[in-house]
Design a protein around this ligand. Structure first.
Ligand SMILES: NC(=O)c1ccc[n+]([C@@H]2O[C@H](COP(=O)([O-])OP(=O)(O)OC[C@H]3O[C@@H](n4cnc5c(N)ncnc54)[C@H](OP(=O)(O)O)[C@@H]3O)[C@@H](O)[C@H]2O)c1
Length: 335
């Protein structure tokens, strides 16, 4: 089978094409013929060695895959040959709280990922694809969507009438926008580009703020909320945006700390306590969280936003496209 491997931490260009033997499913496992994989910012960080420089190489990259079952190992009975399935980001985190062992099962990290024609996975770490979704759409869900769902629904307890700030228009942020609208919440979106803000409004955001032309966007957020601030922030900027987020959030609000896109910055923790802010780190989510999100997506017939689908032989170009930041939503590779 054809696959890509990362032999060194030199960025997307270091990916190499390889031919590997078809993997055999062991007890409790199934073999999946992958049809699509989606990219996450993490995959860029992994390729450069900035995510975890101690990862074992060579590594098959990417965590998010969808395909069909082609073989079933001993004792595996949940799926049959031909079933359409999608991979969980951490197949070993079935439910409950994360542990060191559970989080080490993350695909495309300590365990080989899905940028290959075939893979073998434990059946407990696979989910059936909602009927209305294509392989490409299903492949967008395991990391970005589960993270957004965990942040807003599972951990955040979002309710109708809440207001949510989403930063930028990448994978996590657009899923957060869509889930917040499904929950009956108001969404304020930021972006570096006005054309992307127009598209965010079309997806249901009530307001858009260009964080390049309006660098003090937190003031604008307060104005838009009657001087109060938003109930929730999906914080993908990290240290570089957190100081402004602590001023854009309402007293007693909730910030889901997810990403590090805005680089380093000085962070003063005093506003957190003076304003009674709940700052919660989110690390994707369990298979059980993925299952409840998939059920909601199926009921709402919600569709992920795919910016572009690259062919398998342009995997490097796909990662470079993600790196350019030109995308709106998810970047996918057809396999
Ligand atoms: N904790 C977790 O479990 C978890 C899971 C998934 C992702 N993440 C992290 O979350 C972040 C987003 O991941 P992703 O896969 O959604 O990335 P992505 O699809 O590559 O999104 C990148 C987008 O973020 C926006 N952005 C960049 N710098 C920004 C800034 N300073 N302020 C506001 N927006 C900014 C840009 O949107 P515009 O072009 O609209 O400006 C950019 O296109 C990454 O740091 C990733 O590592 C964490």
């Amino acid at each position: 089978m054809k696959a890509y491997r990362l032999p060194a931490f030199n960025g997307p260009r270091s990916l190499e094409r390889v031919d590997l033997p078809s993997p055999e499913p062991g007890p409790g496992q199934v073999r999946v013929r992958l049809r699509a994989a989606s990219l996450n910012f993490r995959d860029l960080m992994i390729s450069k060695g900035v995510y975890n420089p101690r990862l074992r190489l060579p590594l098959i990259p990417l965590s998010d895959g969808a395909g069909e079952v082609v073989a079933v190992g001993d004792g595996a009975g949940r799926f049959r040959v031909g079933d359409r399935v999608m991979s969980a980001f951490m197949p070993g985190w079935r439910e409950g709280e994360p542990t060191e062992v559970k989080v080490r099962s993350a695909l495309g990290g300590e365990v080989d990922g899905v940028l290959a024609e075939e893979t073998v996975l434990p059946e407990s770490g696979l989910l059936p694809i909602p009927e209305h979704l294509s392989f490409e759409e299903a492949a967008t869900l395991p990391c970005a969507a589960v993270t957004a769902w965990n942040a807003l629904v599972q951990t955040g307890g979002i309710r109708p009438g809440h207001s949510v700030l989403v930063q930028g228009t990448g994978g996590v942020s657009l899923f957060a926008l869509q889930f917040a609208r499904m929950a009956g919440a108001r969404v304020i979106a930021t972006s570096s580009r006005d054309d992307k803000l127009t598209r965010a409004l079309e997806l249901g955001a009530s307001d858009g703020i260009n964080y390049r032309t309006t660098p003090d966007w937190e003031k604008h957020v307060r104005e838009l909320t009657g001087g109060v601030g938003v109930d929730m922030i999906v914080e993908v900027g990290g240290a570089g945006t957190l100081p402004r987020s602590t001023r854009a959030i309402k007293l007693g609000g909730y910030i889901a700390l997810i990403g590090v896109l805005a680089g380093a910055g000085d962070f003063n923790p005093i506003p957190l306590l003076m304003r009674n802010i709940r700052l919660q780190g989110i690390f994707v989510g369990s298979v059980a969280i993925f299952e409840s999100m998939a059920a909601a997506i199926a009921t709402a017939r919600m569709r992920p936003v795919i910016d572009r689908v690259f062919p398998f032989d342009q995997a490097v170009e796909a990662l470079e496209y993600l790196e350019s930041g030109a995308h709106f939503g998810k970047v996918v590779i057809a396999i």
